[in-house]
Design a protein around this ligand. Structure first.
Ligand code: SDX
Length: 446
């Protein structure tokens, strides 16, 4: 007998099916609730609502577990490369040697941009934010690849996925070069994914950047750890856009925009700005934490807290260990790392953070490593986008393969009830609320 749930509302009882996932997660399927009862559910921020069933990534927020296609993130971080992780997320299994070689060759084949695309960068102002450039150029790239707009076959998908994954790296480096007024650097086909990115970022004419193996592996770790994370804000955006039948590039360009926000992918930048403020202002870590605890300050401890993790983000643990290793290898002493460690120590000992189950998330230490690699601050969220691209592509593929109807949430309307149109000569500005100094409801147009 299939498991069900019972809902009583307005004097009637409804029986709803229960769905249980492969890891024992339980959901009440409300897809027929409105048709049967006229009632919908409301869930601010979707904190309690599953938008889909997905086989890509599993997170247990209470136990701090993250697995890509069932493989623990700790093992992926220790053994895998970014291209291999991308294949695993997109196709569900680790690639064979032949598949990995073919996939790597595809990424190499598609590393260049059409020469016409390079011209677009001349149109961006230096100092233009690289996330805006990345999102714009991903969509611009699709205009040179009309076949991916139609996307009729698994072969077209694979080519489009390789093009997007490879060219995102080239676009990101070109965005950086544009922002600092340096000439764009072409990719080198004999370099691996991460070495090629560093080459395009830091080589200048007649002075090749020699990628340090420790820096290459640190970058690979950062990308692998960011590769997917279930239905986070940007991935849900990709699925939302994909559900209308929009192509892979358009959907992932939308994902870039969602990731940009400081509460999401923009947090890695905000963490460094926070740490730098503490160092520059001389405020003690203890006093800064007290500011955060004072709600009226509206200051959040950036890099702390998570919608899902109510325990330590496993990625933060891995990055924290790597930060030590990378900085020691590169013989870098970064005062921000000392502040970060102290901040974590003070916060985790404070009942305020314990009670709210606030722990460091992936963004708390990632910026420290990106600084050590030499990535500039305004490129941090771009690095997150490059890393997250495989997850977005894998989720787009799940929608494209027909696992989802067009996303169209309902709402509870709270606006004016029915009223009549008023001819313009009879309209009066909204009446000031007695005793108030402002006229409510009147929008001043200047
Ligand atoms: C990412 O979803 C994903 O998977 C995202 C991500 C991914 O890989 O895609 O993991 C990447 O986006 C990580 C998060 C990066 N963002 C930050 O580090 C910004 C700082 N964090 C917060 O803004 C916040 O924690 C969020 C946005 C991450 C989560 O917001 P929620 O779900 O609203 O937080 P919550 O419900 O757990 O908050 C509980 C309480 C609230 O206070 P009360 O209403 O109970 O009084 O804790 C407070 C919050 O105000 N709180 C914080 C806080 N985060 C939550 N207080 C101070 N500092 C913080 N960072």
């Amino acid at each position: 007998m299939p498991e069900t749930a019972t809902l009583q509302v307005r004097g009637k009882t409804y029986t709803l099916p229960v769905v249980v996932g492969s890891e024992g997660e339980v959901a009440i399927d409300i897809s027929k609730l409105r048709a049967e009862s006229g009632v919908i559910t409301l869930d601010d921020g979707y904190a309690n609502t599953g938008s889909c069933q997905s086989a890509i990534t599993f997170i247990d927020g209470e136990r701090g577990i993250l697995r890509y296609r069932g493989i623990p993130i700790e093992q992926i971080a220790e053994h895998s490369t970014f291209p291999e992780t991308a294949w695993l997320l997109i196709y569900g299994e680790l690639p064979t040697a032949d598949q990995l070689e073919c996939w790597s060759n595809l990424l190499t084949r598609h590393e260049m941009l059409h020469e016409g695309l390079y011209k677009h960068f001349d149109g961006f102002p230096s100092g233009g934010h690289p996330m805006a450039i990345l999102s714009a150029m991903i969509n611009a790239t699709s205009t040179y690849n009309p076949d991916i707009i139609r996307m009729e076959s698994p072969e077209t998908f694979q080519s489009a996925a390789a093009r997007l994954l490879s060219k995102t790296r080239t676009i990101a480096a070109a965005a950086y070069k544009t922002s600092i007024g340096q000439p764009l650097i072409y990719p080198k086909p004999h370099l691996d994914y991460c070495s090629n990115f560093l080459h395009m970022m830091f080589s200048i004419p007649f002075k090749e950047y020699e990628p340090d193996p420790d820096i290459v592996s640190a970058l690979s770790l950062i990308l692998v750890l960011h590769a997917d994370h279930e239905q986070n804000c940007s991935t849900s955006t990709v699925r939302m856009v994909a559900s209308s039948g929009a192509n892979l590039f358009a959907s992932c360009a939308a994902g870039v925009c969602a990731l940009w926000g400081p509460l999401h992918g923009g947090a890695n930048t905000a963490v460094i700005e926070m740490l730098q403020y503490i160092v520059d202002s001389g405020i003690s870590v203890k006093d800064y934490v007290e500011k955060v605890k004072d709600k009226t300050s509206n200051i959040k401890l950036m890099g702390f807290g998570h919608r899902v993790y109510k325990n330590y983000d496993p990625r933060a643990k891995i990055i924290k260990q790597a930060a030590d290793r990378v900085l020691a290898k590169l013989q870098i002493h970064d005062p921000l790392l000392d502040v970060a460690r102290r901040l974590e120590e003070v916060a985790l000992a404070d009942p305020y953070f314990k009670e709210k189950k606030l722990y460091p998330n992936v963004d708390f230490y990632s910026g420290i490593i990106m600084r050590a690699i030499g990535i500039p601050l305004d490129m941090f969220t771009v690095m997150f986008a490059i890393g997250r691209m495989p997850g977005w592509i894998a989720n787009w593929k799940e929608v494209w393969e027909g696992q989802s109807r067009i996303y169209r949430p309902r709402q509870i309307y709270t606006g004016p009830v029915e009223r009549s149109y008023i001819p313009i000569d009879q309209r009066r500005p909204a009446v000031a609320v007695p005793g108030s100094t402002t006229v409510t409801g009147q929008v001043v147009c200047r």
